[in-house]
Write a protein that binds this ligand. Structure first.
Ligand code: ZN
Length: 627
């Protein structure tokens, strides 16, 4: 590994670098760094055979109709059959999508992938009667069935989940009406996407070098982090000034979205839009309130960060448009795949020998398709849809530190899947979205910590600490800022207040003032930025954005407990990795060692953020003295 610093500025510490992956020739890549998909199906012909067999088998779903409540044995037979269909479907999908991700130009793989959509739709249509029929079985009878037939036990979480939704399930007529109403439900989001991605007239800005830039969303993300202050200020005011001109139109769209959510909540008997949105993922409403309460309590730590940023950028005042420019220089270190694996394995050593051995064996066993090729899917992911096989990681490794961190991240997902699949039967193996990013960011934190412990280079330390702190700032504080706005506008809707563009600007302004300490003189915000809400597509995702903030809090608190050697921390976390979706997500996190309905995980996370800032300030003081 070569160390040293180059003067390239990071757009933001965690945004993907806009350097295209250098393609390599797949023929020259050692097999160890390439997936072996034959462990899913030996070849395409076997895949096609399995697909035809599944199509034939799925005709049998119908045979159980009207019988599920007849006996415990029959209910088990039905569930066994339905889940065996799902398992094969998932395996077929894994092979097809992974094969085509390796080469988008592979026409036969693309054909297989495209065949999955209709097959999935067909099977889901064939199963549409199942949940309603289970809902008709009285709760007491299901409880008796579970006692009578021990084999039903593996389906208990699934049955509990169906029963949980019972009070909010309507009569068949009511459900029909709700299903018909979905014809209109996508309209606000569709209009938003069409308008903001395509039809809105774009503002142009002339940069300090004389270049004229048309500010679509991609150009805005590119230039907002410019190292030239004049440029980024002008980019901000042109981009948001343009959105602001259309705030009435954007407001009408968001008003439509909130009204739709309120209609759904009322129709199903929920007290609020929030309660309705959190019902399906089974998250208690208090988790949301607790997040906002704790973020408010800890705003002084955000103010401290903002002041540190101002100091590092050497600015007379800090503007909202200064938040994307880099404050830390990227580390010019390059790593070979062997070094990357070695670093990740060493960093994860606190999780125990068998964790490290299993992951190492996974690397040897071709879990990772490492290099970028022409036609390969960009970015990185982990896929574990082939139950009983093993997880697969897709990377586009170029040897940067970011790439090492991505390997740690995807290894976190894969090991979570590995242990859940090993422990859980298929019906409960798949962990939910609410906990999905915990194991991945947990591993990033352990890597960051290991690197800090093993370098004496101040610039490298500043880079690692800066990335760590900025990640908490963007993922905890900024996402909570959005979550608070989303809650406020839904509450206004519930009170019957119309959301106009002006009203939305006012709500957003009040949140910005608090989060960025404008009254205390911490940040200066140009009024055009009050329309930033119009730029955020997540407000059409029905209370999704807060999960970024809760995930980073859970993973930071959990990794701190492991780093600090808290008794039981490793065992509890390892237990969490085995749970799949066998428990409600908040309960699973309690097993891991964090209770998101309390202050504790937030206190730990904020303490870690302050600790990192203490170290950064000490390094800066040292550097200043040397000058
Ligand atoms: Zn991830």
């Amino acid at each position: 590994m070569s160390k040293g610093i180059r003067n390239i500025l990071l757009a933001t510490a965690f945004a993907a670098l806009l350097i295209p992956a250098r393609a390599v020739d797949p023929a020259k890549v050692p097999a160890r760094y390439k997936w072996d998909l034959t462990v899913i199906y030996p070849n395409d012909a076997a895949w096609k055979q399995a697909k035809e067999a599944l199509e034939a088998k799925s005709a049998g779903i119908e045979k159980f109709k009207g019988t599920l409540g007849s006996s415990a044995k029959q209910l088990k037979a039905g569930l066994d059959f339905f889940f065996s269909v799902q398992e094969e479907l998932s395996r077929l999908g894994a092979y097809a999508s992974q094969k085509s991700d390796l080469n988008v130009g592979d026409a036969s793989a693309m054909e297989m992938r495209q065949a999955m959509g209709p097959l999935e739709a067909e099977i889901s249509a064939k199963m549409a009667w199942v949940n309603p029929e289970i809902l008709l079985i009285p709760d007491k009878k299901i409880a008796a069935f579970l006692k009578e037939e021990p084999g039903l036990g593996i389906y208990k979480p699934v049955l509990d989940d169906i029963i949980r939704m019972k009070p909010h399930t309507l009569s068949p007529d009511g459900e029909k009406l709700m299903a018909d109403a979905t014809l209109m439900k996508d309209t606000p989001e569709m209009v938003y996407t069409l308008f903001s991605d395509a039809e809105i007239p774009r503002a142009s800005v002339v940069l300090s070098n004389g270049e004229t830039v048309k500010l679509d969303a991609a150009a805005y993300t590119n230039y907002r982090g410019s190292s030239n202050r004049w440029d980024r200020e002008h980019v901000f005011s042109a981009f948001f000034g343009n959105l602001d001109q259309f705030r009435g139109t954007f407001g009408a769209m968001l008003n439509g979205e909130c009204k739709k959510d309120w209609f759904n909540a009322k129709a199903r008997g929920y007290k609020s839009c929030l309660a309705s949105a959190l019902a399906k993922p089974n998250i208690p409403v208090e988790v949301y309130a607790n997040l906002l309460k704790n973020v408010h309590k800890n705003l002084p730590t955000l103010y401290r960060y903002l002041k540190l940023r101002q100091r590092m950028m050497n600015l007379p005042d800090l503007r909202y448009s200064d938040l994307y420019a880099s404050v830390v220089k990227e580390v010019d270190a390059t790593y070979t795949p062997e070094q990357a694996e070695d670093l990740v394995l060493k960093a994860l050593a606190p999780l125990g020998d068998d964790y490290v051995k299993t992951l190492k064996a996974g690397y040897d066993d071709r879990w990772v398709d490492l290099y970028p090729y022409d036609g390969k899917h960009s970015g990185a992911y982990s896929n574990c849809a082939a139950y009983g096989v093993h997880p697969f990681m897709l990377l586009n490794f170029n040897g940067t530190y970011e790439d090492v961190s991505t390997l740690a991240h995807e290894s976190g997902h894969s090991m979570h899947s590995y242990y859940s699949n090993e422990t859980q039967p298929f019906p409960t193996c798949d962990y939910t979205i609410f906990v999905a990013e915990v194991a991945s960011t947990f591993n990033e934190n352990l890597l960051n910590h290991y690197m800090l412990e093993h370098t004496s280079d101040d610039a490298m330390k500043l880079f690692l600490l800066g990335s760590y702190v900025d990640n908490i700032r963007q993922t905890l504080f900024r996402q909570a800022q959005f979550a608070e706005f989303e809650l406020k506008i839904h509450e206004l809707t519930e009170k019957g207040e119309p959301l106009t563009g002006d009203r939305l600007n006012e709500v957003y302004k009040n949140i910005l003032d608090e989060y960025y300490g404008t009254k205390q003189g911490i940040t200066v915000i140009d009024p055009v930025c009050y329309s930033e809400w119009a730029y955020i597509p997540h407000f059409y995702y029905n209370f999704y954005v807060f999960t970024y903030a809760t995930s980073i809090t859970a993973s930071t608190a959990l990794s701190q407990m492991v780093i600090e050697g808290k008794p039981g921390a490793v065992e509890h976390y390892r237990k969490f990795l085995t749970l799949g979706n066998s428990m409600p997500p908040i309960e699973e996190l309690k097993v891991a060692g964090v209770d998101l309905t309390t202050d504790a995980p937030f206190d730990t996370t904020i303490k870690a953020m302050n600790g990192a800032m203490d170290q950064m300030e000490a390094i800066l003081d040292r550097m200043q003295k040397k000058k």
